[in-house]
Design a protein around this ligand. Structure first.
Ligand code: GLC
Length: 476
């Protein structure tokens, strides 16, 4: 039975491969024979990462290499003053192969075709993270050092490091610019983007050659990494101690010495949260901005923060504790909740714009996404909790094949197959295979993980501000 499941997953993954000029170049998002394809017949950059990790772990790096080269070729290269064109350095959300006059072409979508016209800010980060994984798996550093790759990396940095409209070290993005690509109140400084941004910056540290103009970029990367790390670890962190601080916050503090830096009012603490946390659990908040902490728990951002060491060792441990202690809420009958809890009633109306696909406990609004299984497995392995990874995989194994690899599940505990979920969703299939491969050979974890950044951590442990932090007058 078990062997059969793996074989079927492998066959389904291979059937999803997209070919361009005779070469494998990516995987399509889903192959549901019963649903209209829309753009699910395209290769999404974020979705392909799950497939790519499987291919790398299985010693089949060619498709990943082809993908990296192809997506680099689609990167927006020109500096434009045209608001309808993607900004220089941006990577597409997805691409497809089109045939014109007997010739094949790649056609990219930067969000101009997508529902609600959402821009994919995460694509350029995923491309970088995958490039590092490919280099680690193959030792082919020469690819990353190629002039066009170096230029592509610089363009991503230029796009992200340029000073813009706010004064935070986190990245300001529009709603729906990552895995949650619909209106969900995730505009501003969402955790998922910050965790990917952090991993991408650490990647450039490893892959950018320190010559010519790159030196300036590398200096900017160092500075940004320390600002970003400090900011997320300190201000996004939620545990009982921090909740007590926020609970007693004063408002309207002016000037440098303000304790309540973002003017968050204690009344915004949701009532469910106080009982939800224990003395040993914690997590990183979903978003932080002026007058706002989004207290929802977001799965990908928290797990990725553990995997790439954006969270400290202690914080990572508390996140693991939370998942273990709130197993029924976060894992239930299918790992893992994309976000918890769902927004309901008037909040649902205002926050999602009455989105019928994002009704409470469905899809992005509290649905359970099997793709998050490999993130969970990787995070648990990193924290030495293989037992929890196995336990979650066992739950998923019972259902994924008979349910035909759904895109997502619905309900408070993930009991129902998602109302509008695609079947044969490629990243669901890939996440199962990747989790299996990770558990069989935990050394694969290094493809995606980062060790703690000792330089930054040493400063934080000593209690002195990290050199050049965003709020230099503050001692933690
Ligand atoms: C949905 C998801 C998005 C994914 C796409 C293709 O739009 O929200 O994250 O990339 O489907 O699977």
């Amino acid at each position: 039975m078990y062997r059969q499941m793996i074989d079927e997953a492998q066959t389904a993954l291979e059937a999803a491969i997209l070919y361009y000029q005779g070469e494998p170049i990516g995987t399509v998002a889903a192959r549901d024979p019963e649903a209209e394809a829309l753009n699910y017949d395209q290769c999404f950059v974020r979705d392909f990462v799950s497939s790519a990790l499987v291919f790398l772990m299985q010693g089949k790096p060619d498709i990943v290499r082809n993908f990296l080269v192809a997506v680099l070729g689609l990167q927006s290269r020109e500096r434009r003053l045209d608001c309808f064109q993607p900004g220089q350095g941006l990577h597409p959300a997805s691409f497809k192969v089109e045939v014109q006059a007997g010739e094949e072409y790649l056609v990219a979508d930067f969000g101009e075709q997508a529902i609600a016209r959402v821009a994919p800010i995460d694509s350029c980060f995923w491309w970088l993270i995958l490039l590092r994984a490919y280099v680690k798996a193959t030792g082919d550093l020469a690819l990353a050092h190629r002039a066009d790759f170096q230029q592509g990396i610089q363009m991503i940095l230029q796009l992200c490091l340029e000073a813009r409209f706010d004064l935070f070290p986190t990245l300001l993005v529009p709603d729906g610019s990552f895995m949650i690509d619909r209106r969900m109140g995730v505009y501003g400084h969402p955790l998922e983007i910050q965790a990917l941004f952090y991993a991408a910056l650490r990647t450039t540290r490893e892959l950018l050659l320190p010559d010519g103009t790159s030196k300036t970029y590398l200096e900017a990367v160092e500075a940004r990494l320390s600002h970003l790390t400090y900011h997320v670890r300190k201000y996004y962190w939620i545990d009982l101690q921090r909740l007590n601080e926020i609970y007693r916050y004063k408002g309207e503090e002016f000037g440098d010495m303000a304790v309540n830096r973002f003017n968050v009012y204690p009344d915004t603490i949701p009532s469910w949260l106080i009982e939800w946390l224990s003395g040993t659990s914690g997590y990183l908040a979903g978003n932080l901005g002026p007058g706002q902490i989004d207290f929802r728990f977001f799965g990908l951002g928290n797990l990725m923060s553990v995997i790439v060491s954006l969270a400290t060792g202690q914080q990572s441990q508390a996140i693991v504790n939370l998942i273990e202690q709130r197993w029924q809420d976060l894992i239930g009958y299918m790992p893992l909740k994309i976000c918890f809890p769902a927004v309901e009633g008037q909040d649902w109306k205002i926050i999602t714009g009455c989105d019928p696909k994002n009704i409470p406990w469905s899809y992005h609004n509290g649905g359970s996404w099997p793709v998050l299984l490999w993130f969970l497995t990787a995070a648990m392995l990193k924290m030495g909790r293989d037992d929890l990874a196995y336990k979650a995989l066992e739950i998923a194994e019972k259902r994924l094949l008979p349910d035909q690899w759904p895109e997502y599940y619905d309900g408070r505990t993930g009991k129902l197959i998602g109302k509008e979920a695609r079947k044969y969703q490629t990243w669901t299939i890939a996440a199962f295979l990747a989790s299996k491969a990770l558990l069989e050979n935990p050394s694969h974890l290094s493809l995606i993980s980062f060790d703690e950044d000792l330089e930054v951590d040493a400063c934080l442990i000593k209690g002195s501000p990290v050199k050049g932090t965003h709020f230099p007058n503050e001692v933690i």
